[in-house]
Design a protein. Structure first.
Length: 593
């Protein structure tokens, strides 16, 4: 059976490049060692192979359905796999020992979760959302809320969701209409409709803990009026809360994850004869969006990892197929009786495989690098370093979400192409990986939103301090790589030039005094910046493989070479477009369509 990820690649990135073993010197991780990290990775790989991957295609074909009584029916394998996942203590992996957690570094925990995301994107969504939900409540909730909701989630008895979008308000959260009315006992009554809620209803656990954005009185218009509430499906005394499943959305991919339309407070399960679902305020009123961004930013990096994992498993499956499938003969062989060769012997197939390898391994490096920043941010005792790390992580988050969801999806596209006609059939796995991955450029903020965030907020915050910090990190890599060999020296010059050009374009865009013009092509800016950052990740990997021999290291060198020869040159015309201040989209009258 083809593995869903490369453990050799993970070991290289974690130990030979990012040196996660050094984190064991930190107080929070002092009970750990390389052996414990390896044990977690081994366990996750084993559970993913044995209990998640086998039902991946089944849950895709037999998706959840809503019964007449309003409950959800799904295949039994999903609950069985999640029970094993929870019993292994993996939901609590990153959490404090006081909550029953392992206090794993984020870098190791993300690598561990990638096994499940690659093996079964749909089933892995349930613990993924639960961990993000629990982390938010653990950060901003009261000790009672932590005891009542976080502990049961970490034990796997409750699962969690995030309820932001509404039918009329997807990404535009200022337009949500869900309302919260305070009661004399300090609780709130929540009324409204939430749409696109992943894992919003099921029978997998005793309870579902919804984190719901709603507007409470006195907060003003727009996002200033938004507060955050814990709204459990079942109250702690066993009473059913007034949260109703209205319907399931039928998706192109990720079909095994229930995706729901929920009604809060429609009276179907009225509590004590009063209108509204009972909810409990998290933190302070009217600060809900800032709290939710804690979960959203975590989810955005997690979405990037999901895209990476799906791109990676597609690459692994297409690589194996190219090695065993024979088709055609090498160029120049005229004898029709000569035996056909494996697909991998053809240069164009190797091009497609190299492209996939450069995308998925480059993206995995970025995801783990960002996770390493999280560990640094959370455990360093140096205030200056903590501030710098937070700044850099803020800048990289939109790239870590969007670049993998665009280019690892392209890896899935190429995986289908390597398979030829077979790849377009449900008999092979790669068509499902493409469908599952297609959602990732959309949810947790589309490319357009991430582009606006990057160019409109992140590169300008603190007077461009984040951009300067990223530049210093890139310059350090360039300096080290320039002195190694001819290839790294050439690639260093190429990366340095691209970075100087993007800095010049950034300054020029904001010098016009016309934000609408500067931001009109922010998605192009996001893609260009993403390619530069991934090139940086590849140059970093080249410095880590310098002087080492063997097929694995040679493969790294060739993938890096591919990215610098085929991919990074795409940035120049994108920067030219940005510097032209093109107004094509701005000047287009909608009536002309």
């Amino acid at each position: 059976m083809t593995d869903v990820l490369s453990r050799r690649d993970l070991d290289f990135l974690l130990y030979e490049w990012l040196d996660v073993e050094s984190l064991t010197a930190r107080k929070r991780f002092s009970e750990h060692s390389k052996d414990t990290f390896d044990a977690v990775l081994d366990l996750c790989a084993d559970i993913a192979r044995k209990h998640f991957e086998p039902h991946n295609k089944i849950s895709d074909a037999v998706e959840p359905k809503m019964r007449p009584d309003g409950t959800v029916e799904m295949i039994d394998e999903v609950k069985a796999a999640l029970d094993i996942y929870a019993s292994a203590g993996l939901i609590a992996g990153q959490f404090d020992e006081s909550l029953g957690g392992m206090q794993l570094p984020a870098t190791v925990a993300r690598a561990a979760m990638a096994w499940f995301q690659a093996a079964n994107a749909s089933t892995s969504a349930y613990p993924f959302l639960t961990m993000a939900n629990a982390n938010l409540i653990a950060t901003y909730g009261t000790s009672t809320q932590i005891d009542d909701y976080v502990r049961p989630m970490l034990e796997g008895r409750f699962f969690g969701t995030m309820c932001l979008s509404e039918p009329q308000a997807g990404s535009s959260l200022a337009d949500i209409t869900t309302r919260a009315v305070k009661r004399d006992d300090g609780s709130y009554r929540i009324s409204g409709t939430k749409m696109w809620i992943s894992a919003g209803d099921h029978e997998l656990t005793e309870n579902i803990v919804h984190l719901v954005l709603a507007k409470a009185a006195g907060g003003g218009a727009g996002v200033k009026g938004i507060s955050l509430f814990i709204v459990p499906k079942v109250l702690l005394d066993g009473t059913r809360n007034d949260v109703t499943l209205v319907g399931l959305n039928h998706k192109m991919g990720n079909r095994g994850t229930t995706n729901t339309l929920l009604e809060f407070g429609d009276g179907t399960h009225s509590v004590a004869g009063e209108p509204g679902a009972i909810g409990y305020l998290v933190g302070e009123e009217h600060r809900g969006l800032s709290y939710m961004f804690h979960m959203m930013n975590e989810a955005r990096i997690g979405v990037g990892f999901l895209a990476i994992s799906l791109g990676y498993v597609g690459y692994m499956k297409s690589l194996e197929y190219a090695k065993v499938r024979t088709q055609g003969r090498p160029l120049g062989v005229k004898d029709p009786s000569s035996p056909p060769v494996a697909l991998i012997e053809h240069a164009d197939v190797r091009r497609m495989l190299l492209a996939q390898k450069s995308y998925v391994e480059g993206a995995l490096a970025l995801g783990l690098y960002c996770s390493r920043l999280v560990d640094e941010q959370d455990t360093t005792e140096n205030d200056r370093l903590r501030a710098e790390t937070t700044l850099l992580l803020d800048l990289l988050t939109p790239i870590a979400k969007s670049w993998p969801s665009q280019w690892c999806l392209e890896a899935n596209n190429l995986a289908i192409q390597v398979h030829g006609g077979y790849g377009y059939t449900r008999d092979y796995d790669v068509e499902q990986y493409y469908r599952d991955n297609r959602l990732n450029p959309i949810h947790e903020g589309t490319h357009g939103i991430q582009g606006l965030d990057l160019l409109g907020r992140k590169v300008t915050m603190q007077g461009g301090a984040a951009l300067g910090l990223l530049g210093s990190r890139i310059a350090d890599t360039v300096q080290r790589a320039r002195e190694l060999d001819a290839d790294t020296a050439r690639f260093s010059v190429q990366l340095e030039t691209s970075w100087k050009n993007v800095l010049a374009v950034t300054a020029m865009l904001w010098s016009t005094g016309e934000p609408d013009v500067a931001l009109a092509n922010s998605s192009v800016y996001l893609e260009a910046m993403g390619h530069i950052v991934i090139a940086w990740m590849w140059l970093e990997q080249l410095t880590a493989v310098y002087g080492k021999s063997g097929n694995f290291y040679d493969g790294k060198r060739q993938a890096a070479r591919y990215f610098f020869v085929y991919e990074l040159p795409k940035v120049a015309p994108q920067l030219d477009l940005l510097s032209s201040l093109d107004r094509t989209t701005l000047d287009m009258d909608p009536a002309w369509f």
